[in-house]
Design a protein around this ligand. Structure first.
Ligand code: SF4
Length: 541
């Protein structure tokens, strides 16, 4: 039976027999899907957005019935296998939710849904697991609710808060998840949550005032372990709003009366080494629920200043590397948890070849039975191809490069500091070293992109496929708050046409550039996706 296995799709066709064909794309991966008749009905009713919340909202509104009946109907449809709705998961709540013996917790950490990742790509919330670890080390009890993983509604979070009775709630927000986070905050207001509401993450880092105005008590900017522990101590010591103490906590913004204050220290000097940061506490979650459970970080920060990226303005942006023996110990723990692929999500994994070679040697010496993946910059990768060979010997099988553009002038403009020639050489080097999966991320729709430069990017993407790349995730340039592009919109002549953060998802264009409207950029994006997809199929990928 054909089943519904997508959401947020745009292009579709209804067949005479009621079935349909949908073209869907997500983070550069294109798929053509056949939907059965019930599937296509739901798809059209819900305008391509098959998230559970959207279906329930649309149907209960149209039929003027209680949302509970719609939920029940959907549940039965799924039970009868009439449809499988891509990201609709019936496990609304984490497995231990109904456990009456569940103890209350000091601090509840919440990860709101990330609308641009598919279920297969749900990321392990590594940063939040580090926060949990730091809080537990100083004696607090912590629970974590990943709303995306468990498909939790804000209303279900409210139930969880009533049950766990946390004194502090911490929410981690990226730009695309900000609207969901604000819904959670709104729901918490309806139950008069009297504790401390702290919000952190990349969006809060760059939009602290917006987040505070949405109802947070405190915003922690940048790396948050130290600040969060200090805030928790302050709160549990009943020291009320001791402003002199708050002022000493680095990088926080908070309400003081009806005014927003920020702490005096903008830089967190408590972290001088990467090993000052705690190892993520993977035991706080059921790791096996995560499709991408192998994420690990071995270095922090990035030495580049790309115009489109927010890492450049991140308060902990200097490069810090963890000691190899600490990384090996963490990998062993991951292996014990049944994780067989370690995915290094560092921004600068290959910056220091000696460090990587030491790590590879230690992996071989300690008989770790895992495969590995990493991200790398193309110039780092082609500096010393023998390092790539050592990585493959140690078990690395996948590598992801950020190539960013196929036009040299545009690439120079991004300030990434790489060339097309280096990109081609990096793919060759990875291919020759024996990597089984080579991805090259590309972006179109930069402020200086034209139809011609975008054509160069698509052509170059297809060229890289022919040289040995297996996958080309294609994205639309997005002016994320904190990026140089967003900060200097007037200088670049761009017009931001949308402030709905959930659409800041790399596949919807939210700005007109001097050369192209956002609609034109989206058309070029779909066209590019289709051509890359066809080239990949022709190649047998
Ligand atoms: S895009 Fe990559 S290289 Fe550029 S600043 Fe961001 S993390 Fe660094």
């Amino acid at each position: 039976m054909n089943q519904v296995v997508t959401h947020n799709s745009r292009l579709w066709r209804r067949n005479h027999d009621g079935t349909g064909l949908v073209f869907t794309h997500r983070q550069g991966k294109a798929k053509f899907l056949h939907l059965n008749a019930p599937g296509i009905e739901i798809f059209t009713d819900c305008q391509g957005d098959l998230s559970k919340n959207n279906i329930v909202k649309k149907w209960s509104g149209a039929l003027q019935i209680d949302e509970r009946f719609v939920r029940e109907f959907l549940r039965q449809l799924q039970e009868q296998q009439a449809v499988t709705i891509g990201e609709l998961c019936l496990d609304h709540l984490p497995p231990n939710w109904e456990n009456e013996n569940q103890q209350t917790t000091d601090i509840l950490l919440i990860v709101p849904p990330n609308p641009f990742a598919s279920r297969e790509e749900i990321p392990l919330p590594l940063g939040v697991l580090m926060l949990a670890s730091a809080l537990k080390q100083v004696g607090f009890s912590v629970a974590l609710f990943d709303m995306f993983l468990h498909n939790l509604d804000p209303i279900e979070i409210v139930k969880a808060v009533k049950k766990y009775k946390p004194s502090i709630i911490g929410i981690s927000v990226i730009t695309a998840s900000a609207p969901s986070a604000y819904q959670v905050i709104k729901c918490l207001k309806t139950i008069d949550f009297a504790g401390l509401l702290i919000v952190g993450g990349i969006h809060a880092t760059h939009c602290p005032t917006e987040v505070l105005q949405q109802g947070a008590n405190v915003v922690v900017r940048g790396e948050g372990t130290y600040a969060l522990c200090q805030l928790a101590r302050l709160y549990f010591d009943n020291r009320a709003w001791d402003t002199s103490f708050l002022q000493s906590i680095p990088n926080i913004h908070y309400w003081h009366g009806d005014k927003i204050q920020k702490s005096l220290k903008a830089v967190n000097t408590s972290i001088s080494s990467a090993d000052d940061l705690p190892q993520p506490d993977r035991n706080i979650i059921d790791i096996n629920n995560y499709p991408q459970k192998g994420a690990i970080i071995s270095t922090f920060g990035c030495n580049r200043r790309c115009r489109f990226c927010t890492a450049r303005n991140h308060p902990l942006s200097s490069y810090l590397a963890r000691k190899p023996d600490r990384i090996i110990a963490e990998l062993h723990e991951m292996e014990r948890l049944g994780i067989c692929v370690g995915n290094f999500v560092d921004d600068s994994f290959l910056l220091d070849h000696q460090r990587v070679e030491t790590l590879c040697r230690m992996i071989l010496q300690t008989n770790l039975n895992m495969a590995f993946a990493c991200q790398a910059k193309v110039d780092d990768a082609c500096k010393n191809p023998s390092t790539l060979k050592k990585m493959v010997e140690a078990g690395f099988s996948a590598i992801e490069f950020g190539v960013e553009s196929g036009n040299q002038a545009v690439l120079r403009w991004t300030r990434k500091g790489i060339t097309l020639e280096q990109a081609a050489r990096a793919v060759d080097a990875a291919h020759n070293a024996g990597f089984q999966r080579i991805s090259c991320g590309m972006i179109i729709g930069y402020p200086i992109d034209t139809r011609e430069t975008i054509e160069d990017t698509i052509q170059f993407a297809i060229h890289l496929l022919s040289r040995g790349a297996h996958n080309i995730p294609l994205a639309i340039c997005t002016p994320f708050p904190g990026s140089d592009i967003a900060n200097n919109a007037d200088t670049y002549g761009i017009k931001i046409v949308c402030r709905d953060w959930s659409r800041y998802n790399f596949r919807e264009a939210v700005m007109d550039t001097p050369m192209l409207t956002h609609r034109e950029i989206e058309q070029l994006y779909l066209d590019g996706l289709y051509r890359i997809h066809c080239a990949s199929v022709r190649k047998g990928g």
